[in-house]
Design a protein around this ligand. Sequence first.
Ligand code: SF4
Length: 340
Amino acid sequence: MTNGRVPLDAPRPVLRRGRLQAVPTDAPKRILLATPRGYCAGVDRAVLAVEKALEQYDEPIYVRKEIVHNKHVVSSLEAEGAIFVDEVDAVPEGARVIFSAHGVSPAVVQAAEDRGLSAIDATCPLVTKVHREAVRFARDDFEILLVGHEGHEEVEGTAGHAPDRVTIVNNPDEADTVQVQNPDKLVWLSQTTLSVDETMETVRRLRARFPNLQDPPSDDICYATQNRQVAVKKIAPETDLVIVVGSANSSNSVRLVEVALEHGAKAAHRVDLSTEIEQEWLEGVRTIGVTSGASVPEGLVREVLMELEDAGFEDITEVRTAEEDLIFSLPKELRPSRRG
Ligand code: SF4
């Protein structure tokens, strides 16, 4: 089980207990705590990779892009010494760089090689799986419709594995207009962190236009994204408010807000930290659902629960819809056997 780990403890705004006031209601107030939530195996591995590299190498450790999309995790690793950069050309020649969990295109790998960098690849193995699918279908002369959000790092990395063969489809409406060259040699792949329901709607509309569209060999939307959406769907109909802990650039966190609203939550908000919960959100609320995105340390969820306790939400029921025990091994450079 990986999502109970709270690895990062750097300074952040001190939690000021008692900031939220109890709102009187006739009925008991309660929290439904969605499980699974928080850290997935890919995030756990990527964060641990940076921590291990900082321990293992007596030299600066650069990280291309946010290692995972969570502000607190990034600032905590910065406090431990990691240096985050946007592109490899900001890394001094010959230095050591880690590629983030979202993956990189071959062009980025090449740029790192050209600068003589020692690269450690923390790409989630489930993203690497999609890269391999893109390479294989391109080699077999397929056109690839990549369902995902243009500009997201993962989509850039996947598209970069087959740049001449990939067309990005951002949403169901784009499925109605996207143009292809050969509708009989067409496959769809996807970003790993999308809404399952919206993606299925996009594919349904693509298939209405292109009946010979092939499916990916297995789900591209990963187990963690799916499990967190199933859990929030389960609690949403019973909630007046759902609070999702996660950063604004975290695709799977933002999807959890949308999924909660689509499945019956009367309101849903995303917060990076408990201090962002607003008093007015709690007016007339009896049941609050709480969950967190796949890049969120459990400590941040605990802080949310503590703040809500101050507002009278003391009764917490965990609602579990799946067990998770997947663990990925560290990048090869950081495995214990290599350290001698
Ligand atoms: Fe990997 Fe899924 Fe986690 Fe992304 S959300 S890092 S694809 S397990």
